[in-house]
Design a protein around this ligand. Structure first.
Ligand code: ANZ
Length: 927
């Protein structure tokens, strides 16, 4: 009976469906285990073989844990709002909901072929009203909260209002906007409703603020920094400009310290933690006030090196700084205006990455509070408005950017640190001895920093300050295909909808183009816009992609709850995610926002853990092998053109017939003359062209995509699963190589043959006691595979299976031992669930394997080397016995025998005439 994977897969699927084997209950006495994959955005091109890598790994873990007696949650869903569907809708008029639903159907179809143990009844789809209702609800909770730095947690706005009513905000310790006005209760109480709303806005965790944004006219929307690449939008390549707009923000900065400190205990890779730490960017420094030389103005700078103040030779303001208009001299006005206009055309990322030194002089000067030096005030793009105070003292001797600037603008450089004691130390090392620095001369840098911090506080011109690079995240998008904000405006005041009014549904629309003037498409839905009244216009922005993905893992715990986003009972049971698998591209976006939301939920008592993801693993990318026309091999073709994989054959050759077919199917090749333009080679099989190969990202645009459906169709799902794991360690990048899949395919057939089927299809296995040899092979494999799965080392586990099947195959017995094979089948079930299910049935078990089997545990006793017991004779008469392992050599045995107490007694101090060792049998000592 052959290994017929189509048959095997069909039967197993039927059986699993019938038994509803993947249904997961919240009511369970078993311990819980929650394994999660980062859910996909259902794109139009479906899955390629790189996508399921992490899903297969998590599926193996899930099945393993289930067999080990855990109640395992291993769900799947879709991050279904997003720009591609909307762009497609703009081009084709096809509603994003329709294309999204179609894409999801394709994804589910592909996923189900691979045999994942998902409980689809728990599927979440962020674009469905029953889901986004709760995303909107969470937004309202953030809107209704502020961060109390005394209690170190979020509190309700009504509590803030109570304090304001009684004592104003003079004593309030909170994270709030820089410009929050400070007032006594009487001032607060005299404010108009609009003014009060503006003050509260300075505190809310979801707030509105005017700010510079990356505006993309081509897409008609604001973009996040990571959606802008080299001045154009990542999607579509449209120009991006800086524009001041009123936007919604989430006050993630309130959680900066908690986001940083709770990283330590997480089981994440160091590199992931480091990326988050860098993003949060905590620095210890000081803020110092400088006055202008006319004494009229004062401004605050942030520095991490207050010790270098004696080396400050100029000041730099961010081009957005509001002091600029007040201090610029008439002679410098034009230069400053031109420079500001230049900077406005540039994104923050471009500014940070700019190597060229640019800037302009305001004509004004500041006074160094320590030595009275007159310092020219410049503006430059390298000083960012949103970081620190948007102003710096520039120390060209110890800061590289300041140094470059000083050289360009001919500004003096004063050395203040002698590093000669520390050869090789860089400027950033904070090593060296202060010189030219008045009362801190001779001090080491760290001591000097401390002394200066103290001094500025005593002098009342500054204070030590902790600064975070983390910025509040913009939360507005001028798009259609996202969650509408549950907000309307009355007399200029943004007002929340009531929870009972949720979900606020997206209006039905036929056109999805932005309305222009910074307004998104929803502004064109006039009926929807004014539904609450002409004087109560709805907010027309929608939420960004990361809104829905910031809490989806909680919804899986309780997906159909209509009264709460997740019940306390469900959270009490599932707690947090034991293992999260996903790509590094989400290192600072999704992972940071969702950790922030989770902490907010914790403050409200809705979740029980401070962190959502206990352990995080990043799967490496599976790369594609592209086939490229060598430069110059075909005339009239640009360099680097990639040939679709199915047009080439062995040796990466494209034959003439294939190129003819390609030129008909693919317009990139339509203008070539097959006879004249191609540098054909030929052999006895005809003309061909040899293509160059390159390993690179698997992507549609590179024509190197391999579809899992095709691989599964040819080799079966289990082979696909095992091969993906066999490619290499889960965390590393590795190229896909269809040619070597044959080895895994042969292995599965060999496994199948071990069962030596009878004519009636049952396995020809024996109830005999397994031999020591067989037990050893099995238990060695159990041990190795279990340890490997625990370490997520799946490729080595696959090789262990190969070794095991080979060794069992060499058995001299007529048929395999049933008890050995039974354990082997369970062991391999997480990797090859279809085949295992079929073999389980062949062994005579009718219930689903996952429900009725339990994972084997290895026993050390079978792993020890074989021991032989030797009778020890003296002059032919047995006097004692000794144990030796089977591979002990003769000399060692002889020495041990002669050293034995009983033998020595018989020898009575005499030397033996002869010692005869018969390996594996007997030892005879002749006296
Ligand atoms: C004087 C100085 C001397 C500085 C020196 C550095 C080295 P981190 O560690 O990243 O927090 N800075 C402050 N605000 C800035 C802004 N808005 N845009 C650009 N740069 C800014 O860096 C803090 C340092 O970066 C500050 O310390 C300041 O330069 C600069 F030998 O002040 B320093």
């Amino acid at each position: 009976m052959d290994y017929n994977f189509q048959e095997i897969e069909k039967n197993a699927k039927q059986k699993w469906n019938k038994a509803n084997v993947y249904k997961v209950e919240n009511d369970s006495n078993q311990p819980k285990y929650y394994v999660l994959d980062m859910f996909p955005y259902p794109s139009g091109s479906g899955l390629h073989v790189g996508h399921p890598l992490g899903y297969i790994a998590s599926d193996i873990i899930s099945r393993f844990k289930k067999l080990k007696g855990f109640n395992v949650l291993h769900p799947m869903g879709f991050d279904a709002f997003g720009l591609p569907a909307e762009q497609y809708a703009i081009q084709t008029g096809k509603h994003p909901a329709t294309t999204t639903a179609e894409n999801i159907a394709t994804y589910k179809n592909q996923l189900d072929k691979i045999g994942f143990c998902y409980d689809w009844s728990r599927e979440v789809n962020t674009s469905k009203p029953d889901y986004y209702k709760w995303t909107q609800w969470i937004f309202l909770q953030l809107f209704d909260s502020w961060y109390d730095t005394n209690l170190d947690k979020a509190r309700r706005i009504s509590e803030l209002e109570e304090i304001l009513d009684k004592e104003g905000n003079v004593n309030i310790q909170a994270v709030s906007n820089e410009e929050t006005p400070i007032m006594e209760a009487d001032v607060w109480n005299a404010l108009t409703k609009k003014q009060k709303s503006d003050v509260l806005m300075c505190y809310r965790l979801a707030y509105q603020s005017e700010s510079m944004v990356n505006w993309c006219e081509g897409l008609g929307t604001v973009l996040a920094n990571d959606e802008v690449k080299e001045g154009v939008s990542e999607r579509g390549g449209f120009p991006v400009e800086q524009k001041k707009m009123t936007q919604w923000f989430l006050r993630i900065t309130a959680y900066a310290e908690r986001l940083l400190s709770s990283l330590d205990d997480l089981d994440w890779t160091d590199s992931m933690k480091e990326m988050q730490r860098n993003w949060i960017g905590k620095s210890f420094g000081a803020s110092v006030f400088f006055k202008t030389d006319d004494g009229e103005h004062e401004f605050e700078i942030f520095t991490t090196r207050v010790d270098t103040i004696f080396g400050a030779t100029f000041m730099v303001l961010a081009p957005e700084h509001n002091l600029i208009s007040k201090i610029t001299t008439p002679e410098q006005q034009k230069e400053i205006d031109d420079y500001v206009a230049y900077v406005n055309s540039r994104s923050e990322v471009e500014r940070q990455q700019e190597k060229k030194v640019t800037g302009a002089f305001t004509g004004a000067y500041a006074i160094n509070p320590f030595n009275g030096d007159k310092l020219p005030i410049y503006i430059s793009e390298y000083v960012l408005a949103g970081y620190g105070t948007g102003a710096i003292m520039a120390v060209p001797s110890d800061d590289e950017r300041d140094e470059a600037f000083a050289k360009k603008f001919n500004i003096p450089i004063i050395e203040v640190i002698d590093k000669s004691k520390y050869p090789g130390a860089t400027k950033a090392d904070k090593l060296g001895i202060m010189i030219n620095s008045d009362f801190i001369n001779g001090m080491e840098v760290p001591d000097a920093i401390q002394a200066m911090n103290q001094k500025i506080e005593e002098m009342g011109i500054g204070q030590s300050k902790v600064n975070y690079r983390l910025r509040d995240a913009g939360f507005s998008r001028q798009r259609y295909w996202g969650e509408p904000f549950p907000i309307y405006y009355e007399n200029g005041i943004p007002k929340p909808l009531k929870a009972s009014e949720l979900p606020l549904l997206l209006p039905e629309m036929k056109e999805f183009k932005p309305a222009g003037g910074g307004k998104g498409p929803l502004y064109n839905a006039k009926e929807w816009l004014t539904e609450l009244g002409e004087d109560k216009l709805r907010e027309t922005d929608t939420m960004p992609g990361y809104a829905g993905s910031s809490w989806y893992f909680l919804r899986y715990m309780d997906p159909h709850n209509e009264d709460e986003f997740v019940s306390k009972k469900a959270v009490d049971y599932w707690q947090d995610i034991d293992l999260y698998i996903g790509g590094t591209e989400h290192a600072v976006g999704h992972l940071l926002y969702s950790r922030f939301w989770h902490k907010f939920f914790k403050d409200n008592g809705w979740v029980v853990t401070e962190e959502p993801y206990k352990k995080l693993v990043n799967q490496g990318m599976i790369q594609g092998q592209s086939l490229i026309v060598p430069d110059g091999a075909i005339n009239n073709l640009p360099n680097g053109v990639r040939v679709p994989l199915d047009y080439a054959g062995p040796g990466n050759r494209i034959k003439k017939e294939q190129l003819i077919a390609l030129s008909k199917a693919d317009n990139r090749f339509e203008n070539i003359d097959i006879e004249k333009d191609v540098a054909w080679k030929s052999d006895d099989k005809g003309q061909y062209l040899e293509l160059r190969t390159e390993v690179e990202k698997m992507s549609k645009s590179k024509f190197n995509v391999v579809n899992p459906d095709e691989v599964i169709g040819q080799y079966g799902a289990d082979c696909f699963r095992m091969f993906e794991m066999f490619l290499g360690p889960i965390e590393t990048a590795k190229p896909w190589d269809t040619q070597s899949i044959g080895g895994v395919s042969k292995f599965l057939a060999k496994l199948w043959r071990l069962f030596d089927f009878n004519a009636d299809g049952t396995a020809n296995v024996s109830d005999r006691e397994p031999s020591n040899e067989e037990l050893k092979i099995l238990h060695k494999t159990i041990k190795k595979v279990t340890e490997d799965i625990d370490k997520l080392s799946f490729n080595t586990a696959v090789s262990a299976f190969m070794v095991c099947v080979n060794e069992l195959g060499k058995s001299k017995e007529k048929s395999q031992s049933k008890s050995i094979l039974k354990d082997l089948v369970v062991l391999i079930a997480p990797f090859a669930p279809f085949t295992a299910e079929a073999l389980w049935e062949k062994l005579g078990y009718s219930d689903c394997l996952l429900k009725s089997a339990s994972y084997p545990i290895h026993q050390e006793k079978y792993l020890v080397e074989d021991i032989k017991t030797y009778p020890i004779s003296i002059n032919g008469k047995m006097r004692t016995t000794l144990d030796f392992s089977a591979d002990t050599d003769k000399a060692t045995i002889e020495a041990a025998v002669l050293a034995n107490e009983i033998v020595q007694k018989w020898l009575d101090g005499k030397a033996p005439k002869k010692v005869i060792v018969v390996p594996g049998k007997i030892v005879n000592v002749v006296m």
